[in-house]
Design a protein around this ligand. Structure first.
Ligand code: DGL
Length: 264
């Protein structure tokens, strides 16, 4: 069993780690860092780029693809499913569980600008949180800070506080913050230091359960004793520090795949 993951950067690793703990398999992670941040790209660009990356993963033998990116899921997952034979698991902000617990107090979705303005997110809010006070806050700066923290262990605490202040969240102090971007769980410590009374919700566990269920239904349950190889692919070249980090993150192989996007 080979499970493919796609994100623009390191964000999807927050999902992969949780899935990998539950589902023994070969993992292939594609990081499209040449075009990061996705949150500033058009829907047409993301749809065509995701089709290119899905084709790459299928060529590499992926039996299932996790779109480990809320932005790519909200913009492109519906267009991918009819194009390919493999199942796709998408990542969307945890609106349903947030509404179940925090409808009265209200909650805020912290995501990328593209996810915040997507009709997909508006549809989730209308379906699962009707009548609840739901705010949205879009940030590409937090994506950049998560990259700096994961790759270079930079101290991003005061930069995260400045961005939360710019977004008005330090002042609002929401009861719950839905982390609607897979980069943001990497900033949980910094977010919690700024907003100590806020509860943070993400979707990694739900995705791990979904992947586990799909793998089990397909009869592809693999044995934990088998030796697995994990491949990391990036569309932009990695520097020396990043290559070391890829190995530290549990990948045995690294490939640079530099094919440019076909849509601007
Ligand atoms: N990690 C991505 C998400 O979940 C997007 C980050 C970006 O803007 O590239 O939305």
């Amino acid at each position: 069993m080979r499970i493919g993951f796609i994100d623009s950067g390191v964000g999807g690793l927050s999902i992969l780690t949780t899935v990998r703990a539950k589902v023994p398999a070969h993992y292939i992670y594609v990081m499209d860092n040449q075009y990061l941040p996705y949150g500033e790209k058009s829907e047409a660009f993301i749809q065509s780029r995701l089709a290119q990356l899905s084709a790459l993963l299928i060529e590499e033998g992926a039996d299932l693809i996790v779109i480990a990116c809320n932005t790519a899921t909200t913009q492109a997952v519906a267009s991918l499913r009819p194009q390919f034979d493999v199942p796709f698991v998408g990542t969307v902000p945890a609106i349903k569980p947030a509404a179940a617990q925090y409808c009265q107090s209200g909650f805020t979705v912290l995501a990328t600008p593209a996810t915040c303005r997507s009709s997909y997110l508006q549809g989730l809010i209308a379906e699962f949180a009707p009548g609840c006070p739901v705010g949205t806050a879009g940030s590409s700066e937090l994506v950049r800070l998560a990259e700096l923290k994961v790759w270079y262990q930079q101290d991003v605490c005061s930069a995260v506080a400045a961005e939360l202040s710019r977004l008005g969240l330090l002042q609002q102090r929401p009861a719950a913050l839905v982390l609607g971007c897979t980069h943001f769980p990497f900033l949980k410590a910094e977010l919690a230091a700024c907003l100590p009374d806020t509860v943070f919700l993400d979707t990694a566990e739900a995705i791990a359960r979904r992947v586990h269920a799909l793998v089990a239904v397909d009869g592809n349950v693999t044995s934990a004793s088998e030796e697995y190889r994990h491949l990391y692919i990036s569309s932009g070249a990695l520097d020396e520090r990043q290559r070391v980090r890829v190995a530290e993150l549990g990948f045995d192989q690294y490939q640079h795949w530099s094919k440019p996007a076909t849509t601007c």
